[in-house]
Ligand binder design. Structure first.
Ligand code: AFP
Length: 362
């Protein structure tokens, strides 16, 4: 597509992070169409992928809402590629997304947290010029206790020449994403997406089954009040991470203490910080030296969104969007959220890394 600013919607109020009133009802479809009109060269394929994801989100929201009633809670017998027990809803959400997009002729391949390799487009369907990477149900260990879960997705353009998508198409740095989004299944269902022209949020109105524009051009505060980190891992962190977290908590006296909020569902923690300001951190630790979160379908899409909202994301040394992936399910440490708070991680961890380098290498 890529979308330019939403001139066509200029009459709408544009206060950051402020919900629109009923006088400015804009469906996600209208918003995408209005943005696409600004690009005569757009083929509509990327817009189509976004509609498909919105449809899949509604179907997953429906399953999540009725999970307790329909006995969908709890684990299946299978392990996924991460060696984690798959929850029933993970499997269902994965299936819903694949079926919502595989026949559209817009994608050349897909990848999911739940499947080990590339998910090919079935032979009987046409292949398109985009790849979709997704985590169908993030935070699924929270499902049984009715805590918000989410879907995260990333879209990149195909770069290889063959008709079908290949691993090389998937393993692109996050800065090449053309669209990214997430859905949070919480007290309401919200879909947040970017195509590189701001980050916008839509809230599902269940009475009409439509996602309505609720937050246009989200701006994350440059410093945040909340710190989202699982500090039960403190004993496994190295000294520099321990020092960093102490600093966020105001224990070094250099800054006001951040307040800790940790849901354990990345989408929920990220969403709160995106709207209200804050930092989500999942550092590497002795058990997970490369971090826990997945680069391609968790860190990259959220990093694209947060940067569009004026925030930042790093692995402690590198901008997330600049990391060259070498594996579909690669993990990364992650510090993401308000720009000034991420900057502190970058500065402290980079300084320590420099000091640790042998003199000859400096
Ligand atoms: P699950 O999908 O297994 O619940 O993992 C959720 C997650 O990937 C992410 O959503 C959380 O932020 C993070 O893991 C929580 O991990 P810890 O339990 O190690 O804090």
């Amino acid at each position: 597509m890529p979308h330019a600013g939403s001139r066509a919607l200029a009459s709408l109020p544009r206060k950051p992070n402020v919900k629109h009133t009923a006088t400015s009802v804009v469906t996600i479809e209208r918003f995408i169409i209005e943005q696409e009109k600004l690009h005569p060269e757009a083929t509509g394929e990327l817009s189509g992928i976004l509609y498909d994801m919105a449809l899949a989100a509604k179907m997953i929201a429906n399953k999540v809402r009725s999970a307790g009633l329909a006995d969908l809670l709890g684990a299946t017998e299978d392990m996924n590629v991460q060696g984690e027990i798959q929850q029933k809803l993970d499997v269902i959400a994965n299936d819903i997304i694949v079926k919502a997009v595989d026949h559209s002729g817009r994608l050349c391949a897909m990848a999911s947290e739940e499947e080990p390799g590339i998910i090919p487009i079935p032979e009987n369907f046409r292949c398109g010029k985009y790849c979709l990477l997704f985590d169908p149900l993030d935070g699924s260990s929270n499902i049984d206790v009715n805590v918000p879960v989410g879907t995260i997705f990333s879209v990149v353009r195909k770069i290889t020449r063959g008709a079908r998508g290949e691993m090389e198409d998937m393993l692109q740095p996050g800065r090449r994403q053309v669209a990214a989004g997430y859905v949070i299944y919480g007290s309401s269902t919200m879909l947040v997406y970017t195509t590189g022209q701001g980050a916008h949020a839509f809230t599902l109105d269940p009475s009409i089954g439509e996602f309505l524009l609720s937050h246009q051009d989200i701006r994350i505060p440059s410093s945040g009040r909340y710190l989202s980190v699982n500090d039960s891992y403190e004993r496994l962190w190295d000294d520099k991470v321990r020092m960093l977290v102490r600093r966020y908590r105001g224990l070094h006296g250099e800054r006001r203490a951040m307040s800790v909020r940790y849901v354990g569902s990345l989408v929920a923690d990220f969403h709160r910080n995106l709207l209200g300001g804050g930092l989500f951190a999942y550092p590497s630790n002795a058990k997970t030296p490369r971090g826990k979160l997945r680069l391609l379908y968790e860190a990259n899409p959220l990093a694209f969104i947060v940067e569009q909202a004026g925030g930042a994301a790093t692995d402690g040394l590198n901008r997330i969007l600049d990391i060259q992936p070498d594996d579909l399910h690669q993990r990364t440490p992650l510090y993401i959220g308000s720009k000034n708070d991420v900057e502190i991680a970058n500065t402290m961890l980079t300084e320590v890394a420099k000091e640790e380098r042998p003199v000859a290498a400096r």
